[in-house]
Structures are given as C-alpha cells and as structure tokens.
Design a binder for this molecule. Structure first.
Ligand code: IMP
Ligand code: MG
Length: 185
C-alpha cells in the first residue's frame, strides 16, 4: 500500500498537531454550548475520531452519508443522501466534518439539508481544502490544511474505497489511478 504513494504531503505528527490546535479553537468558539459533531461517512471517520478527543467539552457525535455518482476521482455533481441522522435536529448546533472540501457541492447540500431540518447553527470543518477546485460558493469555517490540486489519499481519504487506513496523507501515484499529479480528472 505504501508503495502506491508518490509523496507524503502531511505526516501523522503534522496532522495530530494541527487537529489539537483545531480542537482548542473549536472548544473556545463554542464555549461549552451543546454541540453535535457530525461526520460525513466514510471519509470523515478518521478525522472525527481524533478531533472529538481534542475538544474538551460535552458533545454528541452523529453521522451522515452522502453519495455522489461519477468515476473514482471526479464526481458528477449529483449529491444524494444515503443515510440521514434520526435524531431531532431542531434548535441544534451542528459542526459538520469532512475529510476534504473539493468542488463544495457535497458540503453545500448537506449544510442546507441540516438547516431545513431545523438546526439553528450549522458550521463546517474540513481537514483539507482544495480551493482551486471550488465550483459552488462554499467555504469551511475551520480548515486543517490547504492542498494543491492533487489526488490525495490516506487518513480517511480513499481511491475506490482503499487507502483510508494510511496514517498520513499522500499523493497517489498516477499509475494507480490513471491520472497525473497536476490534474484530478
Ligand atoms: P465535493 O462535493 O466535490 O466537495 O466532494 C468532496 C468529496 O470528494 C470528499 O468528501 C471526498 O470524498 C472526495 N474527494 C475530493 N477530492 C479528493 C481527493 O483528492 N482524494 C480523495 N477523495 C476526494
Ligand atoms: Mg469521500
């Protein structure tokens, strides 16, 4: 698995250090108010498990599973929700977590849905932000790192559902997915 990685962008230590500081910032901003951390499945699973332990306040966790159809490195832009939280969301403060903000379509759709369901405060936190690829008007409230337009895997991020368990974030070798480092399509 490690041989498929062309270059490491963020090591395990760098990721943990950044998450600790995000956790402190979030705890200060929410200042003890009730909070639901809501991770996007499956990519946000590793991120939520580390971040939740760095936010020293009472909170709930929940999950939402969007799916977008397309090939494995490029989505078509159609976002569907496969799994929606059953809990009552009226009046709740929700921080939505995802591994990466790319075109922005998924987070935009999910945050709109949560607001429609009555959540009063919906903010977003992503580990990675690929700003160059944005298509819709969506910016995250908390960002771990900005990344160039490479197809990256590890720490929750996958290619064809593999590589999520790498403890670091790296650029996948092009021969492993048929792309180039300069392009994700
Ligand atoms: P968006 O709706 O285009 O912002 O899509 C975001 C989703 O696309 C993320 O939750 C990831 O699952 C996936 N994605 C975008 N870029 C990458 C990447 O470089 N590696 C792996 N998955 C990615
Ligand atoms: Mg994903």
């Amino acid at each position: 698995m490690n041989n498929d990685i062309r270059r490491i962008l963020f090591t395990e230590e760098q990721i943990q250090e950044r998450i600790a500081s995000l956790g402190r910032e979030i705890a200060e901003d929410y200042d003890g108010d009730a909070l639901i951390l809501m991770a996007m499945l499956k990519g946000g699973v590793v991120f939520i498990s580390d971040l939740m332990r760095r936010i020293p306040m009472k909170l709930d966790i929940d999950f939402i599973q969007p799916s977008s159809y397309g090939n494995q490195t490029e989505s078509t832009g159609i976002v569907d929700i496969r799994l929606f939280p059953e809990a009552e969301l009226k009046g709740k403060r929700i921080l939505v977590l995802d591994d990466i903000l790319d075109t922005g379509r998924t987070l935009l759709k999910v945050t709109n849905l949560l607001r429609e369901r009555g959540a009063t405060d919906v903010r977003t936190c992503v580990l990675l932000d690929k700003k160059a690829r944005r298509i819709v008007n969506m910016e995250a409230d908390y960002v771990g790192f900005e990344v160039p337009d490479y197809f990256v895997v590890g720490y929750g991020l996958d290619f064809a559902d593999k590589y999520r368990n790498l403890p670091y974030i790296g650029v996948l070798r092009e021969e492993c997915y048929g792309g180039g480092e300069e392009e994700t399509s």
